[in-house]
Design a protein around this ligand. Sequence first.
Ligand code: PMP
Length: 429
Amino acid sequence: MEKKYLGPNKILDKKNEYLIPCSYHFYDKPPQLVRGEMQYLFDSEGKRYIDFFGGVSVMNCGHSNPDILDRVIAQMKELQHTTTIYLTEPIVRLAERLSVVTPGNLKRSFFCGTGSEANEGALLCAKLYTGKNQFLALNNGLHGRTHLAMSVTGIGMWRAMPDPVEDINFVPSAYCYRCKYKNNCGECGFECVLDVEKSIKNCTAGSISAMIAETIQGNGGIITPPKGYFKVLKEVLERYGILLIIDEVQTGFGRTGKMFAIEHYEVIPDIMTMAKALGNGAPIGAYITTDEIARVNTSPSASTLGGNPVSATAGIAVLDYIERNRLCEKAEHLGAKLRQGLLELKEKHKIIGEVRGLGLMLGVELVKGYMAPAIKETDAILEALKDKGILLGKNGVDRNVLAFQPPLVIGEEDIEVLIRELDGVLGGF
Ligand code: PMP
């Protein structure tokens, strides 16, 4: 009888033959994942995994969440796609909802298919509004794969491109654990922001339209600025007429204990971008801005699949689910438990250099000797946890940061299992 699944080895063979080699994967011995159920994933052998990565911060409401699926499937049966040149209802309903849940006077949305496109759109919008063409971006940031989005990305491994867009100035991010000024975190007067101002004054031609920044740098290694950082940054930018574009592609939709991570910093961005968890697996991206900034963006533009009835319905269902099930509060509460567990492990295991993040977006930077990145060890820990039925993420400029971004529907007991197993695995290092 033919087997139901190809299995990992045959998938690897076909991947090696038919996919462009840039599509890489985790693990020496990766499993074939075949099914998801809220915070759990199952492989082709029937083994269950607790998913602590959530498809890179996408599955905030859980895998195959029945409440969301029912509404998406009903929409698929009714009307799938028309493009935005015809009138449909879900896109305007979602836009109205986003205007309510996003901070301040952010109100008008443009929908597309991915986070990269959302950032491209936001950068274009900033250029149109300001009439200026330069950008500021942060070291260790990641904003996507398209030409401009990749050009504002400050991580070598994710900007494999011979000809990045010119006119982009990179400035230091608030990576306090490796503070280049050797300051104590939060007691420093934000020297990294003073450097932004120096850069604006000395290294640019005075024609900067916007600065783009993730609230927490996900791929950079869950780099989490101290309280007050964005306020000081925004003040500097405003003095020079520069817009702030906040990329909430990884941090949005309840992940950090608030609907958007920037709310922790009490700053209202001029433009905000989102994707990933907005669709909980359905492809959708968007940028949202104010009436004033949107006013200049009038040339016809359409993203074929952007805000189509199916993905917009998924977005509305996600917002409903987050609100009804109080996922923001849940992320805050469970995040505190996970953080506490990780901090206790830090006391026991020297390899843990720092535990950081907000809510259920936490990172553990692994080091050896004097803060040298523990790169091979990170891979070995990831592999060992996978064998024990736990999937974790990995990021950081040196790929030495364990990333904890589980579905927000995870249970306390899942966290207890993770801490116990991680404790056992770390004991070997
Ligand atoms: N911004 C951030 C912060 C991201 O993490 C990513 C993807 N990891 C993107 C943008 C790009 O999103 P997409 O892959 O949907 O284009």
